[in-house]
Write a protein that binds this ligand. Structure first.
Ligand SMILES: Cc1ncc(COP(=O)(O)O)c(C=O)c1O
Length: 346
């Protein structure tokens, strides 16, 4: 089918002509020798944005998360995270496979952090019999929670509680840009509460690839060694960092458009059946559909949509997801709504 509307993820965007020009014109060097000026300036720029000492550029958000976790948690210790967090559900057991880290989880409605629920399961210094908790991960925005924004008061409460028991905090900020635009909370305010942070340039910001892991100089220096050990020491990747700089210059404020369109989709879907989604919970660019009351599965819905020219994700038997992005405009939004109105009706 010609020009399907692709709402499977915000990772499906293609670099614009202007972004490609920024890539082509980027100054480069061998980044394994720290000689790539565009990568160096990107790492410094993102670190400064979040009030952190240093950053290391990685090809993926998963690697940025894994490097961060590795810096906080020793083999045989545990990281706790929300039940549906990306680190636990979608990184294919990487923390266990690469770093000998176990995970335990607490559930949160729509992924929204309630600090005391996380702190309640934390077990630091558990001695020789039980696993000791050494870090807690928070995802903001929460992908499988439906792009939900973590409340700042809960983040603060978590930091306070974690300090009291000597546990570190990691932020999976793959979509922290969306959280910032939706909440108005400054990046360096978010940065204050976490020991390590991962951010992605390749999601809502539209770069073709790239994430940054942020922390202290010491942790980032160690993470650089592990990045190379994992085989992700890259060479003239200023070409990619050039895209990331372009994305930071041009694509943050416009995320509000993605949020508005996601809300429009949610309102239209709720008008068909309000059990599918609560538009009030759609704060950013992700619309999660709870199909518990529908006579079809998420996979069947995705097939119906696809046949009509709209691509969506089926992430669970009864859970579907639509994600708005840079390559999705008002005209496509109107067309997507028409398709959804037709296919959602049983
Ligand atoms: C919340 C979150 N964290 C991390 C990642 C990992 O990013 P990547 O696909 O670049 O490994 C994703 C990807 O969708 C994500 O949604």
């Amino acid at each position: 089918m010609a020009n399907p509307i692709d709402l499977r993820s915000d990772t499906v965007t293609r670099p614009s002509q202007a972004m490609r020009e920024a890539m082509a014109n980027a100054e480069v060097g061998d980044d394994v020798y720290s000689d790539d000026p565009t990568v160096n300036s990107l790492e410094e720029r993102v670190a400064a944005l979040f009030g952190k000492e240093a950053g290391v550029f990685t090809p993926t958000g998963s690697l940025a998360n894994q490097l961060a976790i590795r810096m906080l948690v020793a083999p045989g210790e545990e990281l706790i995270a929300e039940t549906n967090s990306h680190i636990v559900r979608a990184e294919l057991g990487a923390a266990a496979v690469f770093s000998g880290i176990t995970t335990r989880t607490w559930p949160a409605k729509n992924g929204i952090l309630v600090a005391e629920d996380a702190l309640e399961i934390a077990r630091p210094n558990s001695g020789p019999y039980l696993v000791s908790t050494t870090a807690i991960a928070v995802e903001n925005t929460h992908n499988f929670g439906g792009g939900t924004v973590q409340p700042l008061d809960q983040i603060k409460a978590l930091r306070k509680g974690a300090d009291e028991i000597g546990v570190a905090l990691h932020l999976d900020g793959a979509r922290i840009w969306n959280a910032h635009v939706a909440s108005g909370v400054a990046f360096n305010e978010y940065g204050k509460y976490f020991d390590t942070i991962s951010v992605c340039l390749s999601k809502g910001l539209g770069a073709p690839i790239g994430s940054v892991m942020l922390s202290t100089k010491e942790r980032v220096a160690k993470a650089r060694v592990w990045r190379k050990r994992y085989g992700a020491g890259m060479r003239q990747v200023g070409l990619l960092a050039g895209a990331a700089h372009y994305a930071l210059d041009n694509n943050i404020a416009r995320l509000s458009e993605d949020h508005r369109r996601a809300k429009e989709l949610a309102v239209a879907i709720a008008a068909v059946d309000k059990s599918f989604v609560d538009p009030a919970l759609v704060e950013t660019n992700i619309v999660g559909l709870d199909l518990a009351n529908a006579p079809y599965t998420a996979a069947e819905l995705a097939t119906r949509c696809r046949d009509a020219g709209l691509w969506i994700s089926a992430l669970g038997p009864k859970y579907a997801r639509l994600v708005t992005h840079l390559d999705f405009d008002d005209q496509q939004c109107a067309a997507a709504i028409e398709i959804l109105k037709r296919v959602l009706v049983a």
